[in-house]
Write a protein that binds this ligand. Structure first.
Ligand code: NDP
Ligand code: 2IT
Length: 441
């Protein structure tokens, strides 16, 4: 780490104590840009990095809701409106018991740069609640979503802040949230993305993150004289991103060898078949757990990272792949990691992967397909039009290609190039130039 990076981190750390995930994300970006930033006197004088590491605002609220026994429960909700320098705040909502302000700040910070890379006019935000949707009945989920929106409604809108899904928030929850938004605001416009396709949602939004991740991976491999077809791909997670990454990976001729959840890993030694995936999607849709699956072999408490794989696509959660996992993957001869989740590697794992010269696409680049199609959903809502799945998929591919090509075009010397640094630098430059132009913003 150079001196400038140490100084930036020291200053930001002092203001954000006990926020490990947020500091991890800030450290990664500042490390990536430090060589370039140390030559930018004007940006340093204007304290652009420090200002960017301070959210525009954090809204925190109580969500009271009645459970099926009639007992009133309450949770904490947040919306971190991190930066609207490049467009209205945009980013997902996460419902999970491990949600904290630090987690949402890291996700909101990452979202600024991810959205910048898409080239679409979107700022960065994230929100959610420490509500645990697991084990809740459909009516409890509905009452919770309504109460959440009762507070959030006053802070969002198509030109202000446009939330979407994330862990624990899929099309069902977005539709419940949007329905309540309509009742409260009496305005039909695209204030949320990820809606059902028959009421303003975009074709391919559900699939976009997983598909986009595989499109990015194929482009990255081709650029490095490798191919995706026939490769053994280990995937973690069994949610929206993981299942659609698996679908596209099969489509592209790879051998998918795993899925996982917080209970353990489901292994397909000879590769998952399309029919296996359809059955898994169906029982996951009904709330089934991988451990109950009669397909593949389930290993309790294990992760996919000890498998013999060429490509790893982590699609579960932050810091799910640690130093020991990275060592296993390196020893197994891994070629590439392409992140479907946000910040799935610990800092130690990330360093190990870099030291061993493995291709590593950071989530802010490789999982940007979801928010990119959310951006296309906003455009369709504004135009009062719906585009075909073919058209949206084509645009998604083009956006993933252009993100890849912008990253490899950054002016980092070839021998030091990494996709992590390239993504951070390309994204940061665009946001920083807006900050500069806006003055004391
Ligand atoms: P889902 O809620 O659909 O699925 C999450 C999956 O990850 C589940 O299988 C879940 O297992 C597993 N998981 C969650 N927490 C843990 C944990 N602590 N340990 C092991 N497994 C865990 O979420 P998504 O698929 O939408 O999101 C997955 C990741 O992708 C997140 O990092 C999210 O931020 C990121 N992402 C999502 C986008 C989207 O469009 N949805 C866009 C870009 C990034 P279990 O059921 O056991 O909890
Ligand atoms: O992390 C992410 O990019 C998302 N959860 C999707 C955000 C969005 O606004 O579609």
């Amino acid at each position: 780490m150079t001196n400038i990076c140490d100084k930036l981190i020291e200053e930001i750390e002092a203001l954000n104590q006990n926020q490990p995930e947020f500091l991890q994300a800030v450290t990664e970006v500042s490390t990536s840009i430090s060589n370039w930033y140390s030559q930018q006197d004007e940006l340093q004088r204007a304290r652009v990095f420090q200002r960017l590491a301070e959210p525009d605002r954090i809204i925190s609220f109580r969500i009271s809701w009645r459970d099926d026994q009639g007992v009133i429960q309450h949770n904490r909700g947040w919306r971190v409106q991190f930066s609207h320098a490049l467009g209205p705040y945009k980013g997902g909502l996460r419902f999970s018991p491990d949600v904290t302000e630090s987690v949402l700040k890291f996700l909101g910070f990452e979202q600024i740069f991810k959205n910048s890379l898409t080239g679409l006019p979107m700022g960065g935000a994230k929100g959610g609640s420490n509500f645990n949707p697991k084990g809740k009945s459909p009516s409890e989920i509905e009452r919770f979503c309504h109460s959440f929106m009762t507070e959030l409604v006053r802070h969002i809108g198509p030109d202000v802040d446009v939330p979407a899904g994330d862990i624990g928030v899929g099309e069902r929850e977005i539709s419940l949230l949007y329905g309540h938004y309509l009742r409260l605001s009496n305005k039909w416009h695209g204030a949320l993305t990820g809606k059902g396709c028959s009421f303003g949602g975009s074709a391919v939004r559900t699939e976009a993150t997983g598909y986009g991740c595989v499109y990015f991976c194929c482009r990255m491999l081709a650029h490095n004289n490798e191919g995706f077809e026939g490769k053994r791909v280990a995937i973690s997670g069994a949610g929206n991103v993981a299942l659609h990454a698996a679908e596209k990976a099969l489509d592209m001729g790879a051998t998918v060898i795993s899925l996982s959840d917080s209970d353990g890993v489901l292994i397909f030694e000879d590769g998952m078949k399309e029919d296996d995936l359809e059955r898994i999607k169906a029982f996951r849709g009904e709330g089934g757990r991988l451990s109950d699956s009669s397909i593949g072999s389930f290993h309790d408490g294990e992760k996919p990272w000890s498998l013999d794989s060429d490509i790893a696509i982590p699609c579960a959660t932050q810091n799910e792949l640690d130093g020991d996992d990275a060592r296993n993957l390196v020893d197994a001869g891994l070629i590439a990691i392409c992140e479907g989740a946000n910040m799935p590697l610990t800092a130690e794992a990330s360093s190990l992967i870099r030291e061993n010269g493995i291709l590593h696409a950071p989530g802010k680049a490789s999982n940007a397909g979801g928010v990119a199609v959310s951006g296309l959903e906003r455009s369709q809502n504004a135009l009062r039009r719906s585009w075909s799945a073919d058209r949206v998929d084509k645009e998604l591919r083009e956006i993933m290609t252009s993100i890849h090509d912008e990253i490899v075009g950054t002016d980092i010397e070839q021998e030091n190039f990494s996709y992590v640094d390239g993504a951070n630098l390309a994204a940061f430059k665009r946001v920083a130039s807006a900050f500069q132009a806006y003055g004391a913003f």
